[in-house]
Structures are given as C-alpha cells and as structure tokens.
Design a protein around this ligand. Structure first.
Ligand code: ATP
Length: 357
C-alpha cells in the first residue's frame, strides 16, 4: 500500500496545433495510505484524466507522482501495482466465477494453496460464494460487476484500487446495496481506494474524504460534513446538497454586507480585491422569522420528512428546507439566515467573514 502524492500535475491533450487547453490545471494533492477517497465532479471536469494519470495509463504533461517516496511518473501501470475497476464489468464469460476471481492471482504465479482461500474470502465479502462454480455468463449485470470488484480486491499486493464510476450499469434499486458494500469492503481490506463519480450520494456514502473537482481544478477536499457546512467554493455549495446552496449577489456599505435589500449583520474580515461578492447560505440554514427579510412564497414541495419552499425577495429566488411539522406563514412571511452558516464568497471562493456586533 502507498501514500500517493501528486506534485504540480497538469495535463493537456494533443490539440492539433490549436491553442493548448488544460484538461487539468495545476493539482497538488496527497492521498493518504489506506484512505477512502471519492473524486467527485461534473462530466468533463477531469476526473478520468486524473485517475488515468495516477494509474499510469496517461503521462501528465507537467508534474510528478510519488508512491511513498518513489517517483513513479515514468513507470507503467503494472509496475505501479494498481488495480482498476471500470464502468463496465471486465469478466471472462466462459470462465467460472471462481476462475475469474483467481485470474489476477494465477497471473502472478501464486500457488493454489494461497489462491483458494483468498478467492473464498473475497467471494464471501461480495456474497458470491454460492455462485463460485457457475459460469460468469449466467450472471446479471450487477453480479458481473461484483466479479469485477472482486478481481480488483483479490490481490493483497496492490498500492491502491481505483474505481471509475463502477455502479453505472447497476440497477438503481441495487445501487445502494453495492454502495454500502464497497464502504464495508474498504474497512475490511484497508487498501487506499479512489472512487470516481459524478453522483454526490455515491461519493458521500463511500468516502471519508471527498475531492471535489471543477473545470480541471480541485476546489475542495473535505469530509462530507465539511463540504456541507463550509463549502470553500460556490460550486461545492451548488453541486453538493439537494437543493444546493443559495448563492446571492450582495454589496457592502458602512454597516457591512447588504443582501436582498437589507443589512445581514455580516462583514468581510479583510475586504479583498476581486469583482464579484456573493453570499452563500444552504436551504437548511434559512428559516421563517417574524422580524426578518420580507419574502413572497412561490412554491412549497412536500417531500415527506421536510418541505422545500421557494421564496422570492428583492428579485432573487431562494430555496429553504423547512421541517414537515412547521407551517408556512401565509401573511407577511419573513426569513432570516443562520449567520454561523452564512458565508461570503469573492469570485467564487470563500473569504473570512464575521458577524457585526
Ligand atoms: P466524464 O465524467 O464525462 O468522463 P471527466 O470528469 O472524467 O468526465 P475527462 O474525461 O477527464 O473528464 O475530460 C476532461 C477534459 O479533457 C474534457 O474537456 C474532455 O473533453 C477532454 N478530454 C478527455 N479525453 C480526451 C482525449 N483523449 N483527447 C482530447 N481531449 C480529451
């Protein structure tokens, strides 16, 4: 197993002589030995490019990769001892489930006395014991993807296991089962795992640390709670959470930040340079209040355990998450923000702020 360090990684694909476009901007990042990471971001943000650079399928245009203290930038995938699980199952249909799982071990010349117990151990973890003697061709898509996961997990000599959207082909109702299974497997095997996905639920369920990417950059690395309570970038606020964070234009005067036509009671600690100043507040931290900002209620969606309320103030639309038990005021509704969770952003990035006395 290894700690993986990315030092100043940048990548651009060949551009036929046109202007060089960076699929990855500068990324410096440490993946601790034994960690469970998710690489989360929308389509095209550079997740697969980064994963392929870590595995050795792609050589970065700039920068270095270290496994522990060894520079592996120039080495092949097999020399890096990386296991990969892709979107679509990589399974030999004519072989039995047992032989599929044993394949990576046989390839490395391990004796049968080691292969047999290891295959049985992995099969038990994945609930495949009953199917070991069956041909893989008879299995469903999720059964086959379990074999792919098993082939990734079966080697005990790997430095890391990389998963590239491994649940894409799985039926939605089985996804949650495999998702929690993967988390459990990480706890059992303890290998560094990096899980690429554009699905926040998959990322937040699996990972101890989520690495959020946007337009070729890592914008935040944090626990699910940190990403929820302290989004470092407005993109993280938008992308994580359902509904995402409210991002509202604002300006400052002698009383601090003004937003939705009122003073919020918040100031920027060290007013910085940059153009756009915005307030970010998650729907969970906006509440109805007798003496707050006057709003009009546009829509109420009852989602069972809570209600999502859309309100409008000063020409801006906001979302609120309101407990099921709470009634929505019908006359002169007003709202307030929980200032502990109301953040200021300059050009997208969070800046330090504090409450005015
Ligand atoms: P997805 O979830 O859609 O796979 P991603 O986040 O994994 O997206 P990448 O596939 O890494 O993103 O792509 C990052 C950028 O690099 C995109 O703009 C993409 O068009 C570009 N790109 C990816 N592969 C190539 C390639 N082989 N040649 C040229 N450009 C590429």
């Amino acid at each position: 197993m290894a700690k993986i360090t990315l030092e100043g990684i940048r990548h651009s694909y060949p551009s036929d002589g046109r202007e060089q476009i960076w699929a990855l901007e500068e990324i410096s990042q440490v993946w601790e030995d034994g960690g469970a990471y998710a690489l989360l971001g929308p389509s095209g943000c550079g997740k697969t490019t980064l994963l392929n650079i870590i595995s050795g399928l792609l050589k970065p245009t700039r920068g270095n990769i270290l496994f522990n203290t060894d520079d592996v930038t120039e080495t092949t995938t097999s020399a890096r001892q990386i296991a990969q699980v892709f979107q679509f199952p990589v399974v030999y249909d004519t072989m039995t489930v047992f032989d599929n799982l044993a394949f990576p071990l046989k390839n490395r010349g391990l004796p049968k006395t080691e292969i047999i117990p290891r295959v049985h151990e992995i099969a038990a973890m994945l609930d495949l014991t009953e199917s070991l003697d069956r041909r893989a061709s008879g299995l469903t898509a999720d059964g086959k993807q379990k074999i792919s996961l098993g082939r990734g997990l079966v080697r005990s000599d790997v430095n890391a296991i990389l998963f590239d959207e491994p649940l894409t082909v799985i039926d939605p109702h089985l996804k949650w089962q495999l998702r929690s299974k993967l988390k459990q497997l990480h706890q059992q095997v303890g290998t560094t795992m990096i899980y690429v996905t554009h699905d926040q639920t998959e990322a937040l369920t699996f990972a101890d640390k989520v690495v959020v990417m946007f337009e070729g950059k890592v914008v935040q690395v944090g626990t699910p709670q940190e990403l929820f309570e302290m989004p470092r970038h407005t993109f993280v606020g938008h992308f994580i959470g359902s509904p995402g964070m409210n991002v509202l234009p604002c300006n400052t005067d002698e009383n601090g930040v003004r937003c939705l036509g009122v003073s919020l009671g918040l100031i920027e600690k060290q007013p910085g340079k940059g153009n756009q100043l915005e307030v970010g507040v998650r729907p969970e931290f906006v509440f109805f209040d007798e003496l707050g900002i006057p709003v009009r209620v546009n829509k109420v969606d009852d989602l069972g355990r809570y209600q999502v309320v859309e309100v409008e103030a000063d020409g801006q639309i906001l979302k609120m998450v309101v407990p099921e038990s709470e009634s929505i005021p019908s006359e002169n509704p007003c709202i307030s923000f929980d200032l502990d969770f109301t953040k200021l952003y300059r050009d997208g990035w969070m800046v330090d702020s504090e409450e005015t006395a």
